[in-house]
Design a protein around this ligand. Structure first.
Ligand SMILES: [Zn+2]
Length: 462
């Protein structure tokens, strides 16, 4: 595609690239936003004109949970299919971070050599980006209430995403099983993904219908929706008891889903064809991420085989189900930041009979100051097990109290607010075949990254 770069755009790219280089040389941190800010200052059209150069256009991933993993899995699939692409993989998902990614992808003259741009975009930033960038396809993973959302922010977020979709009349790829997502963008072009069935043993362990932990409502008549099948949170086969509005039938779906402590197996159904897939990630939430990525890949015309091998070859992102082996001892790291994600992480952990657990909670700004969400996460699952649990971080004491109320045997819990000590204790106590499950909030994860580095192990985000 011919480029439409103005002289100002070219100057902006040049200046931002020089700035990014200096930031790197002076070791001033990742520099994932500042070059974007500089470029935008020099040319407000820079993002628009840079992103317009990719042949297959722009695909965006948004939603409360799973944006990074979904775009990571989609990258893996696109690599299998031989695509080249720009991707804001450091999770700088606001407009400046996305601009910085495009500057980095461009050469010094502003030329982009990529088939496609893949942007992970914060829900609130989507309309801003959509006003500048012609986004062809928008994937919405899910819409969970988080700790800040006691007072209707979910509706605001839903409206922001819908307006982001409307701006370019983008194709929307939506989670059929999440009533908060499936009822969005009703006037546009929509494709759905969802889970059709779990395998027999999983289905036994699934929560009974009507026991969903989050309320959701029918967009047509505002009645609370019911479920014939619940997977977790408000995700499942939902229907409105009053007006018969219900979960749309997904065109990309998974049958016979089985999740182990470290991976998931399912039959992927595309165009009525069914084929077996392995994903090296545990948890139903990751099966949804895989389905979202598969649906997006399918919309790009990527083959079944490339989707299958992209799923199989996916290697984890920083702190998202990342496996680390130190001196033959296995550590599984799963970032937790809200009730739904934490409940799913715990669900994976309790499947591992040889698990030990370290939960690290901070309440810095990047973690969310309000830690009351810990009370909404299903830590009660841990009461059934015998896994020793260390609680750490600035709010270790609060977490210890939470464990007590979850019904965990007190003799299994130890408290050590000092994260490096807690980690050492956790690793030292591992017996043969045992895994240390690490569940940190975001700033604990950053701290762990440094601790691992000092032990000579780089995590994938580094
Ligand atoms: Zn209804």
């Amino acid at each position: 595609m011919a480029d439409n770069l103005s002289a100002a755009d070219r100057l902006a790219v040049l200046a931002a690239k020089l700035a990014a280089g200096s930031i790197r040389r002076l070791n001033l941190g990742l520099g994932s936003n500042l070059p974007g800010r500089i470029a935008r200052k020099l040319s407000p059209t820079v993002l628009k004109n840079l992103s317009a150069q990719s042949d297959k256009g722009v695909i965006a991933v948004t939603g409360t949970n799973g944006k990074s993993t979904t775009s990571g899995i989609l990258s893996s699939i696109m690599r299998s299919a031989g695509f080249t692409f720009a991707h804001n993989r450091q999770g700088a998902n606001l407009v400046t971070g996305i601009t910085a990614t495009m500057v980095e992808t461009a050469d010094w003259t502003g030329k982009i050599r990529a088939d496609l741009c893949l942007f992970e975009i914060d829900e609130a930033a989507l309309p801003l980006v959509a006003r500048e960038v012609q986004i062809g396809t928008i994937v919405v993973t899910n819409l969970f209430r988080d700790q800040l959302d006691r007072f209707g922010e979910l509706d605001t977020t839903s409206r922001l995403i819908t307006s982001g979709i409307d701006i370019n009349k983008s194709q929307a790829i939506l989670n059929a099983d999440d009533p908060n997502v499936a009822q969005m963008a009703v006037d546009g072009k929509r494709t759905f993904f969802g889970i059709e069935s779990l395998n027999a043993s999983e289905a036994d362990a699934a929560p009974a219908a009507q026991s969903q932990s989050e309320l959701a409502y029918c967009s047509k008549c505002q009645e609370e929706v019911n479920y014939s099948r619940v997977y977790y949170g408000q995700l499942g086969h939902w229907y409105c008891p009053k007006c018969q509005h219900k979960r749309p039938v997904p065109t990309v779906s998974a049958n016979n889903v089985a999740v182990s402590a470290t991976s998931s197996h399912f039959n992927l159904i595309l165009d009525g064809r069914e084929f077996e897939c392995i994903l090296p990630l545990p948890g139903l939430f990751n099966v949804y991420n895989a389905l979202a990525a598969a649906a997006a890949a399918h919309s790009l015309g990527i083959s079944y085989l490339a989707i299958q091998s992209g799923l199989k070859d996916y290697s984890t992102l920083f702190g998202r189900s990342e496996k680390i082996v130190i001196d033959g001892k296995t550590i599984m790291v799963q970032l937790i930041k809200n009730p739904a994600g934490a409940s799913q992480a715990v669900a994976s952990c309790v499947k591992d009979e040889k698990a030990r657990l370290l939960i690290a909670i901070n309440d810095n700004l990047a973690d969310g100051r309000d830690i009351s969400w810990l009370w909404d996460a299903d830590f009660e699952q841990l009461a059934r097990g015998k896994a020793p649990i260390i609680v750490s971080g600035q709010r270790a004491q609060d977490m210890a109290v939470r464990m007590k109320y979850a019904g965990v045997d007190q003799s299994l819990i130890s408290t050590d607010p000092h994260l490096a000590n807690a980690l050492k204790h956790g690793i030292d106590s591992l017996g043969p075949g045992e895994t240390l499950w690490l569940m940190p909030t975001y700033t604990c994860l950053l701290e762990l990254q440094k601790i691992f580095k000092s032990m000579g192990h780089a995590m994938s985000g580094t």
